[in-house]
Design a binder for this molecule. Structure first.
Ligand code: NAP
Length: 242
């Protein structure tokens, strides 16, 4: 049985990935930070459907808790075959409102978090016969979002991280790819009013918001045998937005 570690899987895109990978027979490690109840109820739902999983608390920005998370993957899952670096936060405000504390928090979670988990998990992933790393970036990392400078910068950096690591560890057989979602219906976008949502849908050729399962399906593809020659890519799951 293959093991997948999904960071930030208590809700939204991460939770959809957890359900999708568990349904495909993966032992699924559901990482969460604050939403313990939701992570545990997702874990119960997956088990009730016949899947195998555990929920583990860890703040991706904290190296000590990430070390514990990876040890638990080893102990319960026998290693890590697929890592999905999905945990992320955003900040909506002007650049002037992006004070050093906000900047540091966004970068430590969205970028350093990807580094922390990948660094701690890499040996396990290299030991897998089919190791995969999938990082969740964003269209805003490519396009640039007004009033989301820190978020856009962190997500652009995740794409650069992906391409560089893919080159470096390609000879080990591990693939490293990135998914850049467009507007996906999750709590992260709950603050947008109806007009803002209508505007982004208008700018999306497929004329609808994405579902977290649209992203989960792309992650399943990148984890599959069929994608074994795909590495260093940024796959847009954005309804044609970019
Ligand atoms: P969401 O619904 O807000 O969920 C965010 C998840 O990240 C939660 O499970 C949260 O866990 C977790 N998380 C946050 N900080 C964490 C930390 N320090 N350590 C561990 N987990 C942490 O967001 P989403 O829309 O599903 O977004 C998932 C990813 O997709 C993010 O990287 C986001 O930037 C990216 N993305 C989203 C969209 C979109 O339109 N929704 C578009 C492009 C990219 P807790 O609740 O347990 O704290």
């Amino acid at each position: 049985m293959k093991t997948v570690l999904i960071t930030g899987a208590s809700r939204g895109i991460g939770a959809a990935c957890a359900e999708a990978f568990a349904a495909k027979g993966y032992f699924t490690v559901i990482n969460y930070n604050r939403s313990e109840e939701r992570a545990l109820s997702l874990s119960e739902k997956i088990k009730a459907a016949g899947g195998k999983c555990i929920a583990v608390q860890a703040d991706v920005a904290d190296r000590e808790s990430v070390g514990r998370l990876v040890s638990l993957c080893r102990y319960h899952g026998g290693g890590i075959d697929v890592l999905i670096n999905n945990a992320g936060i955003d900040f909506y405000g002007t650049f002037e409102q992006t004070d050093p504390a906000v900047w540091d928090k966004i970068i430590q979670t969205n970028l350093t978090g990807v580094y922390n988990v990948t660094y701690a998990a890499l040996e396990e992933i290299k030991n897998s016969p089919c190791g995969r790393i999938i990082n969740v970036s964003s269209v805003w990392g490519t396009y640039g979002a007004s009033c989301e400078v820190a978020y856009s910068a962190s997500k652009a950096a995740v794409a650069g991280f992906t391409k560089a690591l893919a080159r470096e560890i390609g000879p080990s057989g591990v693939t490293v790819n990135c998914i850049a979602p467009g507007f996906i219906q999750t709590e992260m976008n709950a603050r947008f009013d109806e007009g803002a949502v209508r505007d982004v849908i208008y700018r999306t050729p497929l004329s609808r918001p994405g579902s977290p399962y649209d992203v989960a399906n792309a992650a399943l593809f990148l984890s599959s045998e069929e994608a074994s020659f795909v590495t260093g890519q940024v796959l847009g799951v954005d309804g044609g937005f970019i």
